[in-house]
Ligand binder design. Structure first.
Ligand code: ZN
Length: 159
């Protein structure tokens, strides 16, 4: 480069200084950005680990729930087949009454009677009916709630 005057020379020197300063600024900015980038990368690694831990826990929980569900389903099947076998031993008219009561009385079709009181509705049974109940000749219904009754001695009713 052919430098003609001192003024031009000064101008070029200033340009060099400005460029140096600008480079220094860029370098500083680059270092800052690299630091930030590293911090973000660390954060991402941390989150990945947390995520993996959560996934492991979720998988374990899912397995447990699946196992519990299949056990419940197996139990349900057993209970249903046991119920089916038992209903075959019940007279059709009693079964029909039982199902009707169960639907209309909050799932409780059969009530124990203790000391003359129906435990389904907590009302007294007339003494004559209570005596009939004690004979166990037939299935009797509570005059108040219609539930099928059975005698439940006091000592057993507390359990
Ligand atoms: Zn009753």
């Amino acid at each position: 480069m052919n430098i003609q005057t001192n003024r031009e020379y000064q101008s070029i020197l200033k340009e060099i200084e400005d460029t140096k300063a600008a480079n220094k600024q860029r370098e500083d900015k680059l270092v800052l950005l690299l630091e930030q980038s590293e911090s973000i990368t660390n954060k991402i690694d941390e989150l990945k680990t947390t995520c993996e831990d959560s996934e492991k826990k979720l998988t374990a929980e899912s397995k447990k729930v699946k196992k519990a569900t299949s056990k419940l389903q197996a139990d349900k099947k057993k209970i249903e087949s046991s119920r089916e076998a038992k209903t075959k031993k019940v007279k059709a008219k009693h079964l029909k009454l039982y199902e009707k009561l169960r639907a209309n009385r909050n799932g409780l079709a059969v009530a124990g009677v203790t000391k003359g009181v129906c435990r389904g509705c907590n009302m007294n049974i007339p003494p004559q009916l209570f005596n009939e109940l004690l004979r166990e000749d037939d299935i009797l219904s509570c005059p108040t709630c219609n539930r099928m009754m059975y005698h439940l001695p006091e000592e057993e009713s507390d359990e």
